[in-house]
Design a binder for this molecule. Sequence first.
Ligand SMILES: [Zn+2]
Length: 279
Amino acid sequence: MAWFSRSKENISPDSQKKDLPDGLWEKCPGCGEIIHKKQLESNLWTCLKCEHHFRIGSEEYIGILLDKGSFKEMHKKMRSPDPLEFEDTKKYKDRLNNTVKALGLYEAVRVGTGKIEGRNVALACMDFQFIGGSMGSVVGEKIARVIDKAVKSKLPLIIISESGGARMMEAAYSLMQLAKTSARLTRLADAGIPYLSVIADPTTGGTTASYAMLGDVNIAEPNALIGFAGPRVIKQTIGRDLPEGFQRSEFLLEKGFIDVISHRKNLRQTINNLLELMT
Ligand SMILES: [Zn+2]
């Protein structure tokens, strides 16, 4: 009996965990390759073997795109007042508080100004990990304000989207943000200021139906899921199989929904080249 007990103890998940350094390796969802985190980071969180683009957040995008130390964040601590006092499996207020505590982010978008190769730009960058990158009243308001800043200071605007769409917990208040942000972008266009939309995986729902698709140039990362309703919903509605690669960047480029696909390693250069031509 003693032999069996010892053997079981040695192969238990807990005892194995103690021997493995935690969180140093990532498995690529594209090809299954095991990659060291440092290597992944130096490759801008893209797989060295299959070029799968791992989902990253605002902190990483700001580091990749902007000149070092140039980002000046605006309206950092703006928080939702929970206008509907919404509650599902938990209170929306608690969900927000817990997310803020866990991530150290205050909302699903960060906005501000910065520089790319010395050129001043206005930037908004979403975070999918903040309640699915959902667009509530604060996301809409922060984007509206950074557009105002771009108009006032004549700065080209870049918005990086990664979002599941409108935030359910704010219902109609979320949907109002589609009209608000789209109207603001019209003011930007009227002022003759360029807007580049960078679309990362995934960008769906109300975000696609508003600012993500309104760029003067819409730039997607490779193989990003971009659409309004998800493929499963469409398949059930129309009762037909969908074509291969449906709603992925490459399919959308072919159909003219997006203008450019840029590998993350070339993203800063692509944006810089476009701004060179447009400003
Ligand atoms: Zn891979």
